[in-house]
Write a protein that binds this ligand. Structure first.
Ligand code: HEM
Ligand SMILES: *[C@@H]1O[C@H](CO)[C@@H](O)[C@H](O)[C@H]1NC(C)=O
Length: 345
């Protein structure tokens, strides 16, 4: 009798402890889900207010990319440069006004970012269909998704409900978007600032499977003899380097272009990773992923992506969704801009 009642008591205590632990674990996990990992974005945010939003964006991105295939790359990059400066809030689209200097003037963006007219066009059509409803930040996220898909890349669901910033950050754009001659250490730190890890850095760098860079962005990498050994470990003075030097002389022709992925420049595929394994990435920042990876962790990831495109696509989707969640404005924060280039007056 006394034995069974004391074992009952023990059982009750164990039960309560287990419940308490469960509650703590569940509470803890929903808390991290609610804040860091998944902000208050949802898939069907515009279901009632603008059901045709995805169709409108898709259609207009298709038209733009049909006219200019490179536009797919430019739209993807626009989303990246938006998200890395104060979060995915369309701050990158604002023009200079009063004392506020546009992010478009910052070093990584000046004479380089493209696609603003495409976003304007999409916004114009959306304002006709559902006025004052769809944020410019959500347009950027949707356009990036559609652009990747159109070049043969993976598709993903875009979480929606971002709101637009009330200001731009010129200094933030200079500070947070890494330059193409960054060391691996700098790249990792830059991504860490945004809550992105090394796996995200490796997967998102695969974006350089499409699009172009200016001579200005890769000259240092093709002439700097001090880094030659690192990059050209396998082949010194390769044909590749010769071709790049012919496009980009030691001085001048700053705005000549070379494709970021010389093997399959127009396709979103995993050739980028094959290139950097050979030291044949276009930018310094592409090659340091392999060249400066002392522990071999990144090289393993690059090998995996180079030999398995499906794995690259899955990782890319995970990381690009994560990037799209950086510091988003929701609820009553920010506004829905009527014109993506200016805050509402
Ligand atoms: C890892 C750090 C990165 C660095 C240092 C970097 C740097 C650059 C540079 C210098 C260019 C050429 C700009 C020019 O010469 O006009 C470029 C182009 C591009 N970048 Fe990156 N980038 C990085 C990461 C990313 C990420 C995360 C994405 C997308 C998620 C991305 C997407 C692109 C695309 C698509 C282009 C081609 C744009 C076009 O053709 O218009 N990059 N990048
Ligand atoms: C990168 O390039 C910039 C501009 O050309 C230069 O000022 C800077 O010193 C370079 N940084 C490195 C690490 O080479």
């Amino acid at each position: 009798m006394s034995f069974s009642s004391s074992s009952m008591a023990v059982a009750r205590i164990i039960f309560m402890v287990v419940m308490a632990v469960l509650v703590m674990v569940l509470h803890g996990s929903t808390e991290t889900l609610g804040t860091a990992d998944l902000p208050d974005l949802v898939l069907d945010y515009y279901k009632q207010t603008c059901p045709s939003v995805e169709q409108i964006v898709r259609r207009n991105v298709e038209i733009a990319v049909f006219k200019d295939p490179r536009m797919a790359a430019s739209l993807l990059r626009l989303h990246f440069h938006d998200c890395f400066v104060m979060g995915c809030d369309a701050s990158v689209l604002l023009e200079s006004q009063g004392s506020m200097v546009s992010e478009k003037q910052a070093v990584p963006n000046l004479n380089s970012l493209r696609g603003f007219e495409v976003i304007d066009e999409i916004k114009y059509v959306l304002e006709e269909a559902c006025p004052y409803t769809v944020s410019c930040a959500d347009i950027l996220a949707l356009a990036a998704r559609d652009a990747v898909l159109l070049r043969g890349g993976p598709e993903w669901n875009v979480l929606l409900g971002r709101r637009d910033s009330l200001k731009a950050s010129f200094s933030g754009a200079n500070q947070y978007i890494p330059p193409p001659n960054s060391s691996l250490e700098t790249l990792i730190a830059n991504f860490q600032d945004q809550g992105l890890d090394v796996a995200d850095l490796v997967a998102l760098s695969g974006s350089h499977t499409i699009g172009k860079a200016r001579c200005l962005s890769f000259r240092q990498r093709v002439y700097d003899v001090s880094t030659e050994h690192d990059y050209d470990r396998y082949k010194r003075h390769t044909t590749f380097r010769r071709i790049l030097r012919s496009i980009c002389p030691e001085s001048g022709r700053d705005n000549e272009f070379a494709p970021l992925d010389f093997m399959t420049p127009a396709r979103f595929d995993n050739h980028y990773y094959l290139n950097i394994l050979e030291g044949e990435g276009l930018l310094g920042s592409d090659n340091v992923l392999v060249a400066e990876d002392d522990e071999g962790e990144i090289r393993r990831q690059v090998w995996a992506f180079a030999s398995n495109q499906k794995l690259f696509f899955e990782s890319f989707v995970k990381s690009v969704v994560k990037m799209g969640n950086i510091n988003v404005l929701t609820g009553n924060e920010g506004e829905i801009r009527r014109n993506c280039r200016f805050v509402n007056s």
